[in-house]
Design a protein around this ligand. Structure first.
Ligand SMILES: NC(=O)c1ccc[n+]([C@@H]2O[C@H](COP(=O)([O-])OP(=O)(O)OC[C@H]3O[C@@H](n4cnc5c(N)ncnc54)[C@H](O)[C@@H]3O)[C@@H](O)[C@H]2O)c1
Length: 357
């Protein structure tokens, strides 16, 4: 079996989870970690004595690595990812892919021209509860999806260089695109900057899909309770996915409302409400990040397009960009045009830039 030599850039809060997962994969080996903060590197020394530790991520280029993982703050993603791709490395970069769509597009193009895997850390696309949610929607059990409501709130952690939407909403947007499809047509957002001037700590987003489905996302760093909940309301059933729950993450409510066939008088206007059983499906828990890391390695070894590929990352950034504009311009609805996503698992081809004849 091939063992893939991996480097990790950024070992703050999230990086160590990536290091642990790659270190435990049978077909990968974490060779080196780069972090500007020497304390972060010292913390790793005891647990992983064989790691090459460095402050300068560019020294990873001399270590004959196949791939790197970028887990640095979002404003650094573009420059570091670009540099690594240009040095021939496959890249798994944390969310969001970059802070604007132009930079995201450039990263996709560099990866494409060089036949490299570019994958974004949309961890929830590797979460078995989200996979079950998609199975329920695709299988028709919920009926036609009327709307989706997503809530991701907590007290903190405040970020200095971006707002709560860029920090938290990439997860919900990537889940929504995974569930409903990449056909969001318009976006609007409103919010407040309560603690720091001009850094929105609460944001409410509205997304409209081409199919007519609407979705609402609420993200906040200013809430007394940690909530990570997605409610899908369909014509047949309603489903609540609560990621804070340890075992009963998905509950399917056999609840709904039937419209009267016609109404002539107010007395006719009697809807019939259905309130049946609640079903809690068994979901086998595998750490989503483990599945994500394994998928990255598999895609490199088999030269395949990953699930949360660069175009998926770009589409998430396009929605964030449009919502950010709306947030700063009176919540005006912004039209968006997402890109078609390449087929997951398709052969990864090296596609040189087209030369002019
Ligand atoms: N997928 C998820 O569920 C998830 C969860 C949390 C965070 N994240 C993402 O992970 C990334 C990191 O977040 P975090 O919370 O760990 O941030 P953090 O600030 O705790 O850690 C970032 C680390 O990167 C280091 N760093 C910064 N610039 C560097 C550079 N040029 N070279 C080397 N090291 C550098 C910092 O010293 C720091 O230790 C972000 O993109 C965030 O969105 C993803």
């Amino acid at each position: 079996m091939n063992t893939l030599r991996v480097g990790v850039i950024g070992s703050g809060y999230w990086g160590p989870n990536l290091i642990r997962n790659f270190a435990e994969l049978p077909n990968a080996e974490v060779v080196a970690v780069a972090d500007l903060n020497p304390e972060r590197l010292n913390n790793l020394q005891a647990r992983y004595p064989d790691l090459v530790l460095t402050a300068d991520y560019r020294s990873l280029f001399a270590l004959d690595l196949a791939a790197v993982v970028v887990a640095t703050p979002p404003h650094t993603h573009y420059a570091i990812t670009r540099d690594c791709l240009l040095h021939g490395l496959h890249v798994l970069v944390e969310k969001p892919l970059a802070l604007n769509s132009l930079e995201s597009q450039e990263l996709i193009e560099i990866a494409r021209v060089n036949g490299l895997v570019l994958m974004v850390g949309h961890t929830f696309e590797y979460n078995n509860a989200v996979l079950e949610l998609r199975r329920l929607i695709d299988g028709g059990e919920i009926g036609d999806v009327y709307y989706i409501d997503a809530v991701r709130v907590n007290l903190g952690l405040f970020q200095p260089k971006l707002n709560a939407m860029w920090d938290l909403a990439p997860h919900d947007i990537s889940i929504l695109l995974y569930l409903i499809g990449h056909d969001v047509t318009s976006v609007s957002a409103t919010g407040s900057a309560c603690v720091f001037d001009s850094i929105h700590d609460i944001v409410y987003m509205n997304l409209t899909f081409g199919s007519g489905v609407t979705a609402h996302i609420r993200v906040s760093w200013l809430d007394p309770n940690k909530t990570r909940r997605i409610t899908v309301v369909g014509s047949k059933k309603m489903v609540v996915y609560d990621d804070v729950e340890t075992s009963e993450k998905i509950k399917i409510y056999d609840k709904g409302v039937e419209r009267p066939p016609y109404t002539e008088t107010f007395d006719d206007f009697q809807c019939s409400y259905r309130s049946g059983n609640v079903h809690i499906p068994q979901i086998n828990f595998t750490e989503p990040l483990r599945q994500e890391c394994q998928h990255f390695v598999d895609c490199i070894i088999n030269r395949q397009v990953p699930r949360s590929n660069g175009v998926v990352g770009l589409n998430v950034v396009k929605i964030l960009e449009a919502a950010d504009w709306s947030l700063h311009n009176g919540s005006v609805q912004q039209m968006v045009q997402l890109l078609p996503v390449p087929e997951v698992g398709a052969a990864l081809l090296q596609q040189p830039t087209q030369q002019a004849a």
